[in-house]
Design a protein. Sequence first.
Length: 82
Amino acid sequence: MCSSDVETLIATCDQTTATGVRDRAILLLLARLGLRASDILYLRIIDIDWQQATLSVRRKGRRCGRRSRFGKTCRSTRTLPR
């Protein structure tokens, strides 16, 4: 999939709904940080350091040494619609 197709897919997420915000966040994690679906599956809220803009990536419930940095685009998903 080319980068313009990925951007188009991300843009289709409805950011006015919780499901759309979730889907956009997942797509951003996959496309921009290169996380695998299993990395996202094991991601917990405590693995996110908003101030340092990093994620601790887990594998099967164990914390790994891998930390991924995220930028302003991913930080914008912090506020979820109710």
